[in-house]
Design a protein around this ligand. Structure first.
Ligand code: ADP
Length: 573
């Protein structure tokens, strides 16, 4: 556990567990582990043989009417041995606090080894092996936790004091960055404080190797580390004559391999093409009047084309990239939901559109003083929720992507037939989804690809909800020989500036696709291109998964790529 060795010095240079010292200690650990097993075997043997001996003697005494308290030397020795072995076994199987040396040596095993190795070599469930995390109540004082959890922490006195202050609540955790002026040190201190307060180990959550300054005030508050998600690549995706190597961050086995296969099928068939039908981010505040009649007056005012210029002038002041495109107002009783749509350059645009909407609301308040603004977002936007309004009207980028896959490619690469794919698509993606009452879910697994690319490229992963709305269509063409496949995705919400796109790893993935940052030629070109890449990758993913299902290979390939040979039951703590 990192916490046993972690040092945070006053200058903010945290000295975390040293990998090389881990390897040096491994030999020693192996030896102590072996002697531990030997000791276990001896005490087990002792316990059972002595217990058997005493029971046997007891029976003899009852039979010969000898008083039970009269003990021979061998019986006295046996009783002491029994007590000693019971004490040892109790210490080993639960009462770790009694016997520190053992607790410590077993802590090292947990520290130094991969969990699976422990499971393999010890043959014991981890819950029984590791006493490092005794079940503790959620809130425990430092004094109670520190000796058990962090016996070897070498903190500078300053940092140790701050950790204690955070644990006790006298320094609010969220103020660490501003108080210390050092984001990394703040994160390291918070990490330790969290371990102590919760009594839970954060081992495995890395601290080193991340730029904590880059997320301050923008991406994440109160950081304690970062999670690692592997990034794979699928491709080349041949789309509109360009080749893309598509980064996908995922922990789902098969996904990248499958998308890669789809890319290959598209490539050898001559590529895919995509068209962006619409590009506009939306925000819909809800406002209330005293009567429906009055609400309707604002609706007609907003939708009157004669007022559009003045309204867009006010709206567009929010940013040099925000350009109002349309206003659609819908009523529910005396409440009005006003859906503003605007272009946002290369930004995904939520902040931009919200600022523009606020400008317009401020203006409207003077024209309609009886208007009561209930909320800047009235859910008719509709952000991060499955909603028909996005499916029908679109949100972000509305993209259609298509390809014709040749008959021999369907056979050789996808291992199925055009006929089977068309039939499966009709019965699964169209009819099956209709039967399920799907909203935008007329596809096999668009969200798999969308999420993986979103994570890799710093998009808002929660927008996967509406960004994954997709209708996959398949049709036999060229006298029924070849396959025409298309994906229609009305609300792909992506940006190449702002939010998580500026972080180092995500920025590298955008760079790989050639769409990093703001487009120099035309604002919005990079984000639109990214949207087409998302759609093209979804096309590849749909093609491959549908083929696997049509060919009956799905379960087989998942057993091969998506199943670890590790015994996960032994890894559960
Ligand atoms: P979002 O609106 O997606 O939440 P931000 O609030 O971070 O993103 O807005 C994007 C920021 O990037 C704005 O301040 C905008 O002025 C700036 N910017 C620079 N170049 C561009 C561009 N080409 N397109 C859009 N925004 C850009």
């Amino acid at each position: 556990m990192d916490v046993h060795r972690r040092t945070v010095n006053a200058a903010g240079n945290s000295l975390f567990s040293d990998k090389s010292s881990k390897s040096k200690n491994q030999k020693h650990d192996l030896q102590s582990q072996q002697s531990l097993y030997l000791a276990n075997a001896v005490f087990f043997g002792l316990f059972f043989s002595v217990a058997y001996f005493l029971l046997h003697r007891w029976r003899e005494k009852i039979r010969t009417s000898t008083p039970l308290h009269v003990l021979t030397i061998s019986e006295i020795v046996a009783v002491f041995s029994l007590i000693a072995s019971i004490f040892y076994l109790m210490v080993f199987f639960g009462i770790g606090i009694i016997f520190h040396p053992f607790a410590a040596s077993r802590t090292v095993h947990y520290d130094e080894e991969d969990e699976s190795d422990i499971a393999k070599t010890s043959g014991l469930c981890l819950a029984g092996v590791s006493p490092t995390l005794p079940p503790l109540p959620p809130k425990i004082s430092v004094e109670k936790v520190a000796p058990a959890l962090v016996p070897a922490v070498i903190l500078s006195s300053d940092d140790e004091e701050i950790v204690r202050a955070v644990v006790s609540g006298s320094i609010p955790s969220y103020t660490l960055e501003s108080k210390l002026g050092d984001c990394k040190r703040a994160a390291a201190i918070r990490n330790l404080a969290v371990e102590r307060v919760t009594g839970r180990s954060l081992e495995g959550l890395p601290m080193e190797g991340f730029d904590y300054d880059s997320i301050l005030g923008q991406c994440c508050e109160m950081p304690i580390g970062f999670i690692q998600i592997p990034v794979g690549v699928a491709g080349p995706l041949l789309l509109d004559g360009k080749e893309y190597t598509v980064p996908m961050a995922t922990t789902e086995g098969c996904l990248v391999a499958s998308t890669n296969r789809g890319c290959k099928a598209i490539y050898v068939s001559g590529g895919a093409s995509a068209v962006v039908l619409r590009d506009g981010m939306t925000r819909a505040p809800v406002v209330r009047f005293n009567s429906a009649k009055r609400a309707s007056q604002l609706k007609f005012f907003l939708e009157d084309s004669q007022n559009f210029d003045s309204l867009s002038h006010i709206f567009n002041k929010s940013s040099r990239f925000a350009r109002l495109q349309s206003i659609k107002a819908t009523m529910a009783g005396k409440n009005l939901y006003i859906r503003f749509t605007c272009s946002t350059g290369d930004a995904m645009g939520m902040n931009m559109v919200s600022k523009g909407v606020q400008n317009v609301l401020d203006f409207l308040q003077s024209e309609f003083p009886d208007m009561d603004v209930i909320g800047i977002s009235g859910n008719f936007c509709s952000d991060k929720k499955a909603a028909a309004v996005n499916w029908i009207e679109g949100r972000g980028k509305s993209v259609v992507c298509e390809a014709v896959i040749k008959e021999e490619v369907v056979k050789k690469v996808l291992k199925t037939s055009v006929e089977s794919l068309v039939e499966l698509n009709m019965l699964k993606n169209l009819t099956g989804s209709a039967m399920a009452g799907a909203l935008g879910g007329f596809n096999a697994h668009a969200s798999n690809i969308v999420s993986a690319i979103y994570l890799a490229t710093g998009q808002d992963p929660a927008q996967n909800v509406e960004s994954s709305h997709c209708m996959t269509m398949m049709e036999a063409v060229n006298d029924g020989k070849d396959l025409h496949i298309s994906v229609t995705m009305p609300s792909i919400e992506v940006g190449t500036v702002g939010g998580g796109t500026q972080l180092a790893s995500q920025s590298a993935c955008l760079n790989l696709l050639g769409v990093k940052g703001a487009s120099k030629e035309s604002p919005g070109a990079n984000s639109r291109q990214l949207a087409t890449i998302v759609a093209g990758s979804v096309l590849a993913g749909e093609l491959s998964l549908m083929s696997a299902i049509a060919a009956g290979q799905l379960v087989k390939s998942h057993m091969k790529y998506n199943r670890s040979s590790k015994d996960v039951t032994k890894l559960a703590s």
